[in-house]
Design a protein around this ligand. Structure first.
Ligand code: IMP
Ligand code: MG
Length: 180
């Protein structure tokens, strides 16, 4: 698995300080509010698990799953709900937790969908942001790190459902997906 990684972008120590800083900021911003953290499966599961423990105020969590990629590396533009939320969103201050903001299509779709369910507020928190790749106008409220336009894996992010269990974020060698 390690042999397929070209270089490490964010090591474990860096990720931990990014997540702790975000957790502190979210805790301060949401003090006295009704925080519901929504993890977008599966990519954000590792980030979510760490981030929720860096949040020091009471909060609830829920999960939803969408698919937009299939097994390739480019978005199809088609977003499908694979698993919906369990909680009724009325009265909650939602924080959508994502692994990476790329074209923006996935989060744009999710935000519109959840906004229609009358939450009190919605913000977006993403571990990684690839601003060069944006196709719809969308900015996250909390961004862990900006990354270059390269395909990255690890810390929850996959290629063809693999590499999610790497403890760091690294660039995948193009030879792994070229020719597919
Ligand atoms: P968007 O709709 O193009 O913004 O795509 C967002 C989703 O695409 C993310 O939640 C990831 O699952 C996936 N994705 C985008 N870029 C990468 C990458 O570099 N590595 C792994 N997954 C990615
Ligand atoms: Mg993915």
């Amino acid at each position: 698995m390690q042999n397929d990684i070209e270089k490490i972008l964010l090591d474990e120590k860096t990720l931990s300080s990014i997540v702790n800083e975000m957790g502190a900021k979210i805790s301060a911003d949401y003090q006295g509010r009704n925080l519901l953290m929504i993890s977008v499966l599966k990519g954000s599961v590792v980030f979510m698990a760490d981030l929720m423990r860096a949040v020091t105020i009471p909060c609830r969590i829920d999960f939803m799953a969408v698919s937009s990629y299939g097994s390739g590396i480019k978005t199809s533009g088609v977003v499908k709900i694979v698993k919906d939320l369990d909680i009724n969103l009325e009265g909650y201050d939602l924080l959508i937790v994502e692994d990476i903001l790329d074209s923006g299509k996935t989060l744009h779709y999710i935000r519109e969908l959840l906004a229609a369910r009358n939450p009190k507020s919605i913000r977006i928190c993403t571990l990684l942001d690839k601003p060069e790749r944006r196709q719809v106008e969308l900015e996250a409220d909390y961004v862990g790190a900006r990354v270059p336009d390269e395909f990255v894996v690890g810390y929850g992010l996959d290629y063809d459902e693999k590499y999610r269990n790497l403890p760091y974020v690294g660039v995948l060698k193009p030879c792994v997906y070229e020719g597919k």
